[in-house]
Design a protein around this ligand. Structure first.
Ligand code: HEC
Length: 170
């Protein structure tokens, strides 16, 4: 191998190293903290957030007649937007490496929840109580779709066998 050839190989190695950053070191990034489990996120963030959306509008008909409520003050609408925004952003937390159970269905079901949350957020932004009420069902379905597959060992609300990937519960 002539010097010329050797130099060219050296150059190629250098370029490949630049492209792949040639490092075995761990990828750097913000020091995300993911000690909080999926269950804790559900119980303390996702569920209370959904309640802010679901409880905001309703109608009850009983012997006293019809009782309807919907957000009226700016503060009440803010609480709906807060709930919807929390649902959207909680999706990002659920997709983080240590929480995502797989990279296919878990991700798309999470995106389904984020989409439903975004629609609810937009309805709250335009202060459309009827639309918000209707979208409550979409939010509910987006939760349920995931629970049917991944909420293990809960006979009433989830399934009792292992997750689709054959992995273990979060
Ligand atoms: C991408 C999947 C996924 C989505 C979407 C999802 N959940 Fe969950 N949820 C889970 C899993 C998995 C568990 C079981 C966690 C465990 O017990 O370890 C769970 C558990 C729960 C629990 C029980 C927490 C406890 O204390 O045991 C509640 C309440 C809950 N979810 C509410 C919701 C609501 C409300 C939504 C929609 C706004 C939602 N979840 C959307 C996956 C999901």
């Amino acid at each position: 191998m002539g010097d010329d050839m050797r130099m060219r190989i050296g150059l190629v190695v250098a370029v490949v190293c630049m492209l792949s950053s040639c490092a075995a070191e761990a990828p750097t990034g913000p020091p995300f903290r993911t000690d909080t489990t999926v269950r804790m996120l559900m119980a303390n963030m996702v569920d209370p957030a959904a309640d802010l959306v679901w409880d905001a509008v309703g109608t009850v008909v009983d012997y006293d007649g019809e009782n309807h409520w919907e957000p009226e003050t700016e503060e009440e609408w803010l609480s709906v937007r807060y709930g919807a925004m929390s649902i959207i952003e909680a999706g990002n937390l659920l997709m983080m490496d240590s929480r995502a159970i797989d990279q296919e269905q878990w991700i798309s079901l999470t995106e389904g929840m984020m989409d439903a949350g975004m629609l609810a957020f937009q309805a709250a932004e335009s202060e459309d109580a009827d639309l918000l009420f209707a979208l409550g069902e979409d939010v509910y379905n987006s939760c349920n779709n995931c629970h049917m597959l991944y909420w293990i060992d809960d006979e009433d609300r989830g399934r009792v066998v292992g997750p689709p990937s054959g992995g273990s519960a979060p």
